[in-house]
Design a protein around this ligand. Structure first.
Ligand code: SF4
Length: 440
């Protein structure tokens, strides 16, 4: 890989088509202590925290990328996957005030909304009609929420759409539900599974180092509780994703501790379906706009290449699927990251709200046509998958592509699907009118 300096501070990144051919040469040109760590990972040995930290501190991106791409090829081949899914963030009203969160509102605020269960079911039906195999439900922690609200949502969706996969409720929400229903986490998750939840998002992880969490989100679910929810879900055979939110105040050591912890959980439970690095979007985050905490200075793109490459190097042997978030990185750069260890483009999302509220400018929907194009432009074969990574369809020949229902949405269907900005302005879903039946 070559970095060409264009103008002061701006680098154009040129990545060769087949970095694997250059791997040996690249490693020979790499400082020996980094080359030997990379060599260890290429020989399928796990790296320790100190070695992972050193990778985050190296300036040698070429070696990280070439190693990550080789491991990606060995572990997942040339298929790049995506899932057709719809996000339903049913309320933005939340009792917490995480410093990085631009999505949440207080219940009295005019922009607070609450989508009732009947409307969640309507949206799930629309999603399935448009070809979705999954809905992803996550939301704020509504004040005084009924302890069984999440169960009721799942039961209603499953009654209407028994085959639709429900990917729902972060560890923070599971903990809140268990507290509101006065159940321990095992019983609560067990009931949630019986109600229809199929998998959990492994969000609310941010950085799994308590002192960092205490600074960016005091009162957020603790590292110990996050681990308890995730490992209990795995014990109950509820798979989860795993994530990291990077690029705020965390150090290389904090990142290394986080990756190591995720790896160790996976070795014990094998319950993670994928790992997703989430690039922190600063522009609307309260801890940035209010200058509450000093952020680390960084080059966004270089840092993102590093995080995705190192995630593949550290975790790929145990969690073969590494996802890029197109919402955070944008389509063009997501395509670049497909050469840095990534093998999954995430979901179509349809109604992305959380990153949009934080200032992401990359939209709320990615059609299958766009995702296939990103994969092919990167020399890979696109495939639609289910939530669990079982492949639904491989699209080997572009000539044989047919249009997916999401590829040619009319403007009236798009309007009907709604947007985050319409939602916070609309009177129909105002929190004060809709939340009453769902609080105790
Ligand atoms: S991140 Fe979640 S828990 Fe924290 S304020 Fe936002 S919605 Fe609430």
């Amino acid at each position: 890989m070559v970095f060409q300096k264009l103008t002061k501070g701006i680098m154009k990144i040129i990545i060769p088509e087949k970095p694997r051919e250059n791997l040996d040469q690249t490693l020979r040109n790499t400082e020996p202590k980094i080359a030997s760590i990379l060599d260890k990972s290429l020989n399928n040995y796990d790296l320790n925290i100190n070695e992972i930290k050193k990778l985050f501190e190296t300036k040698n991106l070429n070696a990280l990328i070439a190693t990550a791409d080789e491991l990606r090829f060995r572990q997942t081949g040339n298929i790049v996957t995506y899932v057709v899914t719809r996000n339903i963030n049913f309320t933005n009203v939340c009792i917490k005030r995480c410093g990085f969160c631009a999505f949440s509102r207080e219940y009295k605020e005019s922009e607070g909304y609450f989508i009732p269960i009947s409307e969640i079911v309507t949206r799930a039906k629309e999603a399935q009609k448009l070809g979705a195999t999954e809905i992803c439900i996550q939301a704020g922690l509504a004040p005084k929420m009924k302890g069984n609200l999440y169960n009721e949502i799942c039961l209603a969706v499953k009654k209407a759409l028994p085959k639709l996969h429900i990917h729902a409720f972060s560890p923070e929400e599971v903990l809140y539900g268990s507290l509101r229903s006065k159940q321990n986490i095992y019983d609560y998750l067990s009931n949630l599974k019986d109600s229809g939840v199929d998998s959990l998002p492994g969000t609310s992880a941010e950085i799994l180092v308590q002192k960092i969490r205490d600074k960016i989100s005091p009162g957020r679910i603790s590292v110990e509780k996050w681990k308890e929810v995730i490992t209990t879900a795995h014990k109950l055979k509820i798979p989860t994703t795993s994530t990291i939110m990077f690029g705020h105040i965390e150090s290389s050591l904090d990142r290394a501790i986080h990756l190591n912890l995720i790896k160790n959980i996976q070795i014990k439970t094998n319950g993670f379906t994928e790992f997703v690095p989430l690039n922190f979007i600063r522009s609307e985050a309260p801890m940035f706009t209010k200058k509450i905490i000093k952020m680390i200075p960084r080059s966004n793109k270089t840092d993102s290449i590093k995080m995705h490459s190192i995630s593949r190097i550290v975790l790929g042997n145990h969690i073969p699927n590494l996802q890029v978030s197109w919402v955070k990185e944008g389509f063009e750069f997501a395509q670049t990251l497909l050469k840095c260890g990534v093998n999954d483009l995430g979901g179509t999302l349809i109604n992305e709200s959380i990153s949009t509220s934080a200032g992401s400018k990359y939209g709320q929907l990615a059609s299958p046509k766009i995702l296939k194009k990103l994969a092919r432009n990167s020399g890979k074969i696109p495939a639609e998958r289910y939530t669990t990574y079982k492949l639904k369809k491989i699209f080997k020949d572009p000539e044989k592509d047919t249009l997916h229902p999401l590829d040619n949405l009319t403007s009236s269907t798009q309007k009907q699907l709604g947007s985050y900005f319409e939602m916070i302005k609309s009177s129909k879903f105002k929190y004060e009118f809709n939340a009453n039946k769902n609080v105790s």
